[in-house]
Design a binder for this molecule. Sequence first.
Ligand code: PLP
Length: 384
Amino acid sequence: MPMTKPSMFMKKRLFCPGPTPVPMDAAIAGLDSSLYHRTDEFYRYFQSCRELLAPLMGTAQLPVILTASGTGAMEAAVVNLTAAGDEVIVLNGGKFGDRWRGLCEQYQCKSHVIDVPWGAAPTTAQIETALKAAQKPRAFFMQANETSTGVFYPVHDIIKQVQKAHPDCLIVVDAISGLCAHELKMDAWGIDCLISASQKGFGVPPGLAFLSLSARAEKNLTDRPKFYFDLKRELKGQAGGRSAWTPAITLLQSFKTVLDQLHATGIDQVVAHHTRLANATRAAMTAMDLSLFPKTHPSNALTTIIVPQGVDGKKLVAHLRENYGATVAGGQDQLSGKIVRLAHLGIVDQFDVLTGIAALECGLRDLGHKSDLGAGTRAFLRAL
Ligand SMILES: *Cc1c(COP(=O)(O)O)cnc(C)c1O
C-alpha cells in the first residue's frame, strides 16, 4: 500500500492542528515585499486588518496584532494584566493549559490551578472548588479549545460561573485554535482578553498573534516591567495603524487576503463549516473502529483518536508522513504514542479532510489495524 519512494508523485499535506494549509491566493499575496510600514498606505492596511478581525472575535474592540507566535500573545496577556503576587486561577487540562500555568508561575502570580484530566472538560464542581479557594483573583486563564487533547471547553458556562463568584475577575481566553471553529462571542460573553494566532483557523503562516482587550481590561493594565509586549504602547500606536516594532508585513498581506474572505462569508458560516467537517470526521473514525479520545466536548478544530491496540502510535505518525506525505499530530507528554490528532481547521474543504482520513485508513492498515478499507471515507461522505 505505501507509495514508492522517493516519488515526485507524493504530495506533502498538513493535517495537524497548526500550522494549517495556506491557500494559494494568501501565499501569493505574501510574496510582495514592497510595502513600507511607516506610510499612510500601510497604516490604512493595518487598520483594515484590525477592523476585519474584530467581528470574527465577536467584539467591537479593535484587536492588537503582534509579531509573535501564539505564545507571545499569551505572555503579553500575563505580563500586562497581572502584577507579581497577584492571585489568579488557571484551568489546566492539557499542554496549553499547562502553558498558562507555567507563564503565571514564571511571572510570580499566586495560582489556583484547576487540574483537569487530559481529554476531559472541567466539571462545575472542579471550578467551584477553585473559585471558593480564591479570595480576590485578578484573572482567570483558560483555553477555548485544548489543542493537545481535542477538547472544546464549555466556555460560556465556565465564564458565567466565574463571573458569579468573582465579578471583578478578568476572563482571559486562549482561543488560538478555537477561533473560526467554534462560536466565541467576546463582548456578549464578557471575555476580557481573547487571543488567537495566524497559523490555526486563519490558514496563514505562523508569526502573527492577536489579542483583543475589553474596555475593563484596558483600564486594568498593570505596570510590570516590560518592553516588547507593551500593550498600552501598542493600543496607542495601533489606534493609528502603527505597531511599535516592525510588523510582519508580508504575513499581514496574506492575512488580509483571508480576512476579506472570512468577513464576506461571515463567522457563523465559518463555524458551521467546521462543525460539519468535525461531525463527519467523528463518524468516519467510529466507522474505522477507532475510539475518540474526548468522551465529551469534542472539538470542531481537530479529531483526536486513541491509537488502537497493537499499533505503535509514534510509528503511525512517522509512517503517514514518510509513506503518504500526510502530517498528522501525535500526542504530547503523557499522551505520547497514545493518540493521533487529525485537524480540520482553517481554510480546508471536505476533500482535504477526506484525503486525511484516507491516508489514516491506509496507514492503520499497513500497521495491522483490522478494519474495512474505505469504511472511514464512506462514512465521512455519507455523514456530509
Ligand atoms: C497553537 C496553540 C498555541 C500557541 O502555540 P505557538 O506555538 O506559540 O503558536 C497556544 N494555545 C493553543 C490552544 C494552541 O492551539
